[in-house]
Design a binder for this molecule. Structure first.
Ligand code: MGD
Ligand code: MGD
Ligand code: SF4
Ligand code: MO
Length: 707
């Protein structure tokens, strides 16, 4: 474990006086392999070395990953529980904090029933912790109200994959195969900034002649090197994808044999895509006819192609529909279940894949089981040792929990590993709801914007102070290792859950002494489910460079390529849903004439709580900005760097202008990594996808004023 292989393959000895602990980056779904350098004497974390022999990322890391170690012993870490007294946080002992939590949780449930409490989880945690958060809500608190930040992230991809393929695993193929792909069709993903270490595979493939098509209203660093850049109007992906399907069908690019044998509803799809001629598609999307045809031809002619997408297409009120249409492109071409081809969503958070499978979602139980399925409830109740009648019913989605607070139905909340006070849409509503809560507990290692609303803040450990597993964007289950002892009095999330469960009189269901013990129960809980981890052990992960789920038994090799023989649907066939085109929930109007879209920059991560505390990253990108085309800027007489007021039907904010030709003339882009008056989510629209309940972060209407 302390061996360090250099780029040239030389096995290097680590520096004298230091040990190297092999683990993975805490941020995005790439889960880059790295070694953390630890001073042997003091136990301090002192640096990082990329891991060249990790097959997925091969020694590549991005600016966030190489500085992540600096957050572990950061001076702003919360080291003791905090209790708010007269509006100020005061440090307390664990016993005192637990006393306050117990008293308030019990009072609220006595007054208003079990569902008065709620849990808001997150997927920057290991599988062990994510699993336990679901059990905590349903067994320790007995509430139906649990949901998590993946609702804002992977829910539309999940919904779309379930509809088409029947199983939601983010990638149907392992990443190293991408080197052999002939064509990448990438929609709504700023790959170079958000999954930077994927780019090496694209370059390797490009060196061999692979083609790249990118669908994005902005000319991102990925779009800049594309063979065709489809610069569509925000919110028009369903028209564009229908247009692609139209050409594939009309011009004979469909793999008829594959479609006949393996797919349903082809005739309906043929009919529903009829009207999406290149002319009509161009009118709806704003992309030129020539580019639409060129892209479809390149994609249609490539023997091995991969359709990839990310939040750009998913964070829309038609996010699920967009995913089904883009997935249908791969199905029509007969690409799924084969070498170096298929479909993939770029999973966002470090454990965005595993974290969405095991019960943090309002309607899911471990192993991707459905809470509405009596057999599933019976099985999990048995694993947990409760009576099936005690299992709470499904709750509501992340954003809708805040509506329940405003209605007075939810009175207490425990936020674990998320910062919705920055990352949820329509923030004024969210802030009001946080203020209205009778009692809020937040588990975090920094005093996030959400933690500032809390009555009690519990000091959790970071990714480097506990062991466990995560599941990367390929579906590969990997090992996170403990790098150092917990700082101060911080405790792993699972220990915190143990202790609150004990206080709620449910201690016997939470007897865990280590993450490994939770993993053993978790394996059994997933057994027989769609996301079956039963055959995966810590030992196997070490020996095999990770194991892909589903893996139903210890002698099963795991499943790097999905759907080789059949799909996850009841009849084993994939579906090709027909989708009617519909524009965004809040398209531009005379009063609000532009599109606002939001997203990321390479230097910051999500709500920014971690990356805003790293000096190097703040030097590179200290504040949000409004990216706009010179033609749009000149209408408002704006120079680069001047302040502009952005106004949407909900609220306004003031930011610096950043002028660039790399964006549509009708669209303004703002990154969302800052809080309070710098939070762009004050402006965003909470219009939800009807199936995934994903908010439309990517499109709303906007007007501007020069200040
Ligand atoms: N640097 C960095 N990397 C990250 C993260 C981070 O915060 N920072 N977060 C991680 C997480 S959790 C996630 S979910 C992923 C997100 O990864 P991405 O989805 O790649 O990132 P975003 O910036 O949200 O959006 C991607 C692109 O969608 C485009 N877009 C906007 N509207 C539309 C539209 O209507 N249609 C289409 N086709 N495109 C549109 C935007 O211009 C943007 O370039 O990144 C992960 N990696
Ligand atoms: N406008 C706009 N808004 C968006 C998006 C967008 O594109 N545009 N994207 C959405 C997406 S894709 C996502 S994923 C969400 C993410 O939004 P959030 O859920 O707010 O994500 P983070 O900023 O990672 O918040 C995680 C918090 O938990 C803490 N934390 C990290 N690890 C742990 C742990 O192991 N245990 C505990 N207890 N705490 C931990 C961190 O310090 C941080 O405060 O934002 C969404 N919001
Ligand atoms: S943020 Fe993502 S790409 Fe960057 S080092 Fe971490 S895991 Fe790798
Ligand atoms: Mo995400």
């Amino acid at each position: 474990m302390s061996e360090f292989v250099t780029k040239a393959g030389v096995k290097n000895l680590h520096k004298p006086g230091e040990k190297l602990i092999t683990t993975h980056c805490c941020y995005c779904g790439m889960q880059c392999g790295m070694h953390i350098r630890v001073n042997e004497k003091s136990g301090h974390v002192v640096g990082v070395e990329p891991r060249y022999d990790w097959p997925v990322t091969r020694g590549k890391m991005c600016p966030k990953g190489v500085t992540a170690y600096q957050t572990v012993e950061h001076e702003e870490r919360i080291l003791k529980p905090l209790i708010k007294k007269n509006g100020q946080f005061v440090e307390s002992s664990w016993e005192e904090a637990l006393d306050v939590i117990e008293a308030n949780f019990k009072k609220l449930q006595n007054e208003s029933g079990k569902d008065a409490l709620s849990v808001f989880g997150g997927v920057s945690m290991t599988n062990e912790k994510c699993y336990l958060v679901g059990k905590y809500a349903r067994v320790a608190l007995g509430t139906r109200f649990i949901d998590y930040n993946g609702r804002f992230c992977m829910s539309s991809a999940a919904g779309g994959f379930l509809k088409t393929l029947g199983t939601d695993r983010g990638s149907t193929l392992p990443w190293p195969e991408l080197e052999h792909t002939d064509c990448f069709f990438i929609a709504g993903s700023n790959t170079a900034e958000c999954h930077p270490t994927s780019i090496q595979w694209l370059w390797k493939a490009k060196d061999k002649g692979a083609k790249l098509i990118v669908v994005d209203p902005r000319e991102t660093p990925t779009a800049r090197v594309a063979d065709v850049h489809l610069d569509l109007k925000p919110g028009t992906d369903s028209a564009l994808a229908n247009g692609m399907l139209h050409i594939l069908i009309k011009e004979g690019y469909v793999d008829e044999e594959y479609v006949n044998e393996r797919c349903n509803n082809y005739e309906e799809l043929k009919k529903s895509t009829e009207k999406f001629t290149p002319e009509y598609t161009s009118k709806m999307t704003g992309v030129s006819i020539e580019k639409i045809i060129k892209a479809a031809h390149i994609y249609g002619m490539s023997p091995r192609s991969v359709v990839m997408f990310a939040r750009g297409v998913e964070q829309q009120r038609k996010g699920v529909d967009n995913v089904t249409l883009y997935t249908s492109m791969a199905l029509l071409r007969g690409q799924i279940g084969k070498f170096a081809s298929g479909v993939a969503t770029f999973t966002g958070q470090g454990n965005g894949q595993g974290g969405r499978e095991h019960g943090q979602k309002a309607d899911l139980l471990p192993g991707y089981r459905k809470l509405t399925d009596p057999e599933a409830v019976k099985y999990i109740s048995n694993v947990w040792g409760i009576d099936p009648s005690e299992m709470p019913k499904p709750g509501v989605s992340a954003y809708e929990m805040f509506d329940e607070i405003m209605k007075g139905n939810i009175r207490g909340m425990h936020v674990i590993c998320s910062n919705p006070a920055v990352s949820a849409p329509n923030l004024e509503h969210i802030w009001k709801a946080f203020k209205k809560l009778d009692f809020l507990v937040v588990s975090d290692f920094f005093l996030s914007e959400t933690a500032q609303f809390a009555d009690v803040v519990l000091p959790a450990t970071t990714w480097a102070e506990d062991e466990g597993t995560t599941t990367n964007l390929e579906g590969r289950v990997i090992r996170i290792r403990k790098v150092r002892e917990p700082l101060g009095e911080s405790q792993p999330d699972w220990e915190i859950i143990n202790r609150i469960a004990e206080r709620m009189g449910k201690g016997k269901y939470f007897p865990y002494k280590s993450a490994g013990e939770i993993f053993e129960e978790f394996r059994v809980a997933t057994k027989g489910g769609k996301a079956d981890y039963y055959g995966i052990t810590y030992d196997r992960i070490d020996k095999e460079d990770g194991v892909f789920w589903p893996c139903p038994s210890e002698d099963h090799p795991g499943t790097p390529t999905m759907f080789v023989d059949s799909f996850g649907t009841p009849d084993g066939k994939a579906n090709l849903p027909s989708v009617e085109w519909q524009e965004a929930g809040e398209p531009p109007t005379n009063d609000f004439p532009h599109f606002l879209t939001t997203g990321r920059v390479v230097y910051h991560y999500l709500s920014g709580v971690q990356t805003r505390r790293v000096d190097f990253l703040m030097e590179q990108c200290p504040e949000p900005f409004a990216e706009m085309h010179p033609a749009l800027a000149s209408k408002y007489n704006l120079q680069d760097g001047e302040m502009v007021r952005l106004i949407t039907p909900r609220s306004h904010m003031d930011v610096k202008t950043r002028i660039t030709k790399a964006i549509r003339k009708d669209t303004v882009f703002v990154p969302y990594h800052w809080g309070k008056e710098l939070a762009v989510n004050q402006l965003t629209n909470a219009c939800l996808d009807p199936i995934s309940r994903m908010p439309e972060f990517k499109v709303c209407s906007l007007k501007m004023e020069k200040i």
